[in-house]
Design a binder for this molecule. Structure first.
Ligand code: GDP
Length: 310
């Protein structure tokens, strides 16, 4: 995903190699190249500006060191600043003192929420938990079925409204299909998890192609009904400059507690991955790197920075 950014940063550093001491002009030129490299990678403009300013300020202040030459010092600074914009420390899931822990997923349609529910289920099970996945995406045809399939693959229980009885709601008039009430499904699922001793509940919610007031309200209603311990905003790392607007809308709409980056295996420019933490102030907690249930891990800012600078 970061191939081009990687190359561009390497070439920015190359110009510093062999220099005994860095002049202000050297640092300016390098900062400019870094800035362009980040902009080309689709990193959000305010993030690029802040990042470059910090690198420049620190590079100007570096002491002459015996251990590292100037070029190495700049690489070290860029690495540290990348770790910072990616969130610094790894942020772990906050489990509830009184189970079940409730993890709600929110994001645009196609971001990878349903797939993620399966991945999280598998991961939680591996950690020794007894998770339950809940199908509250009653908008997208087939979403309930898709969750059942990934649940089965992961060997995890799925709570879903029965076909033809999608959790109550306003169905009923003859000939109209019940649209169901995802809020009620979520509530019922928590009660069921308590009864059946599932200690983590992962709630999949509906997404739309664009930001949509009804979608946001529905997500908020589910959130308010189940009082989640974590609300995870799922974002496709390939969405480019739209990342800022989407992330801000979900931060405002559902006040998420953490971010999951998906499709990091893609070959797009990946600026969303580098922007979302800084834009929203919320930590990136997990990363998805493919369609298989195993293509998933806890997000480590230092490893990601290392990959970009590798
Ligand atoms: P939802 O609408 O948010 O529930 O999204 P889905 O879970 O249905 O995912 C949309 C598409 O993206 C599906 O075809 C998934 O297989 C695919 N997908 C999900 N996560 C990843 C990922 O990390 N990498 C890749 N390459 N594809 C993914």
């Amino acid at each position: 995903m970061f191939d081009s950014l990687q190359d561009r940063l390497q070439s920015a550093f190359k110009n510093l190699r062999g220099k005994g001491r860095l002049s202000e002009a050297d640092i300016d030129a390098t900062a400019r190249e870094i800035r362009l490299a980040l902009l080309d990678a689709d990193v959000a403009v305010p993030v690029v500006r802040a990042f470059t300013a910090r690198v420049k300020e620190r590079a100007l202040g570096v002491e002459v060191s015996k251990a590292l030459n100037p070029a190495q010092q700049v690489v070290k600074i860029v690495n540290e600043e990348l770790v910072t914009i990616l969130g610094g420390e790894t942020r772990r899931v906050r489990f509830a003192k009184n189970p079940p822990t409730v993890i709600m997923l929110a994001g645009l349609q196609g971001a990878g929420k349903t797939t993620l529910a399966g991945k999280l289920g598998r991961w939680l099970k591996e950690q020794g938990n007894s998770p339950m996945l809940v199908a509250c995406d009653l908008q997208r045809p087939n979403a309930v079925n898709q969750l059942q399939v990934v649940g089965q693959q992961a060997g995890v229980t799925v709570f879903a409204p029965e076909a033809g009885n999608t959790g109550g709601g306003d169905g009923g008039a003859e000939g109209t299909r019940s649209v169901g009430d995802p809020v009620q499904v979520a509530r019922d699922a928590i009660a069921e998890a308590r009864r059946t001793l599932h200690d983590v509940v992962v709630v999949d919610t509906a997404g739309r192609l664009g930001i949509d007031a009804d979608l946001m309200q529905q997500a908020r209603d589910i959130r308010d009904a189940v009082n989640p311990d974590e609300v995870l905003f799922v974002i496709d790392a390939m969405i480019g400059q739209d990342a800022v607007q989407t992330a801000e809308a979900f931060a405002e709409g559902v006040d998420f507690t953490g971010v999951v980056l998906t499709k990091l295996d893609g070959d797009a420019r990946g600026g969303a991955a580098l922007s979302v933490r800084e834009i929203t102030g919320r930590p990136i907690m997990f990363a998805s790197t493919g369609e298989k249930l195993t293509d998933f891990d806890v997000f480590h800012p230092d490893r990601m920075a290392g990959r970009i600078l590798d």
